[in-house]
Design a protein around this ligand. Structure first.
Ligand code: F0G
Length: 388
């Protein structure tokens, strides 16, 4: 029988899943969900995330599952993307196609289902926008209340619009995302009636692993790139590859490429300058989704980079905007943070770290309509310009 436990990745202490605390009692680190008794990859009848139920939450009864059919997103190949990056075999996996327009839905379906299983009536998250939209949607869909901590004035209006419309209780935080995250951690210490939906909840990580499962079913890439902020995806992707390898499902392990914005790159510094600890920064970038200076998942994320011999790169805001224009004008489109995926790969190709014949998957984390604060300037024509 396959079942899940919680385990500390640092001191290996083990815990039952029926507790509302995802920090290790002994050393304070963020716990992992570990699937026990898993030696094969049995797929279920669901589509998307829950197709991989056995690898995500094998023990949960169907009656608790809150799903909006997230996952099962498309992989795109387009000549403009190949020309721009200098890589022939580059594919874009579009997580903006999820129900609320970002990859967060994959983690949220698992975490909110777990909130139902544990009997919670309230959820809580801090967010740069997308997590709040997904948390609000899935909580409301389940019939429970969501509370979202928002760094006031620092998230896209479109994402805030989603959270408000889906019915979240909005808590304005005077500060940035890192302040909101610190406030959330304080709240969790004092209250036990909120179920946390940030990626410090390890069930979020379990859901986000399915991005990698879907890619690896279709391709054998050399590299997988993605924007990195709070490092939930970086943690999830390495864990997914570790599990596939342990089950003998893959031979070659793709290298993970985590891309940060230059003005919000503490993980780049931590890995490339071999620091013992993350050094928090005051984050500044046009890509508000990844404007994070003190990422909570840095230890699990380092494990992922180590396991895949991966790379952490950083790109400027200009490089992000430039790449976004190409993605948008290829007809695919994405939000600003997502474009860091392509900007970083282009930079690594130019520096000969990626070869033009390598196979690369770049993950677009959010939809083109997610952030309209960026300049919308264009020269409109008049009907006579095209009639004559
Ligand atoms: N891309 C987008 C569009 C995001 O919204 C986020 C994170 C990331 C990339 C970074 O992913 O945190 O797993 O490294 N957004 C969070 C939020 C922080 O609150 O919506 P990560």
């Amino acid at each position: 029988m396959v079942y899940s436990i919680l385990k500390c990745p640092v001191c290996n202490s083990e815990y039952d899943i029926n507790r509302n605390n995802y920090l290790c009692d002994k050393c304070g680190n963020i716990l992992d969900v570990i699937q026990k008794g898993l030696d094969n990859f049995e797929l279920s009848d669901y589509a998307g995330v829950w197709k991989y139920k056995n690898l995500v939450h094998p023990g949960i009864e169907d009656k608790y599952i809150i799903t909006r059919r997230e996952g099962n997103t498309n992989l795109y190949k387009n000549f403009k993307i190949s020309d721009y990056s200098g890589i022939k075999n580059i594919f874009l996996k579009h997580e903006g196609e999820n129900p609320t327009g970002s990859f967060k839905d994959r983690g949220m379906t698992v975490a909110v289902s777990e909130a139902m299983r544990l009997g919670f009536k309230k959820t809580l998250c801090a967010s740069t926008g997308n997590t709040s939209a997904a948390a609000a949607s899935y909580s409301s869909f389940a019939g429970i209340d969501s509370y979202v901590l928002i760094p006031e004035g620092k998230i896209s209006k479109n994402k805030l619009f989603q959270a408000v419309s889906y019915g979240a209780n909005i808590v304005n935080i005077n500060g940035d995302f890192d302040t909101a995250m610190a406030d959330l951690r304080e709240t969790l210490k004092k209250r036990n009636d909120f179920y946390v939906l940030n990626s410090l909840n390890p069930w979020r990580i379990e859901g986000q692993k399915t991005i990698i499962f879907e890619i690896m079913e279709k391709l054998e890439p050399d590299f997988i790139s993605f924007p990195a902020g709070n490092l939930g995806n970086t943690s999830a992707f390495g864990k997914a590859l570790m599990e596939l390898k342990a089950m003998g499902k893959i031979k070659k392990i793709p290298e993970l490429i985590a891309i940060q914005a230059e003005g919000a790159s503490p993980f780049y510094d931590y890995i490339n300058n071999r620091r013992d600890n993350i050094i928090p920064v005051k984050a500044r970038t046009v890509a508000s989704a990844i404007q994070i200076g003190n990422p909570v998942n840095f230890k699990k994320a380092k494990r992922s980079i180590d396991f895949t011999h991966g790379i952490v790169e950083k790109v400027s805001d200009d490089e992000i905007i430039d790449a976004k224009k190409i993605i948008d004008r290829s007809g695919i489109g994405c939000e600003p943070a997502s474009a860091a995926s392509l900007a970083g790969v282009k930079k690594l190709r130019e520096n000969n770290i990626i070869d033009k014949n390598d196979a690369v998957v770049s993950i677009l984390t959010g939809n083109i309509l997610k952030d309209l604060d960026m300049n919308l300037s264009y020269n409109a024509m008049n009907i006579n310009d095209i009639l004559f």
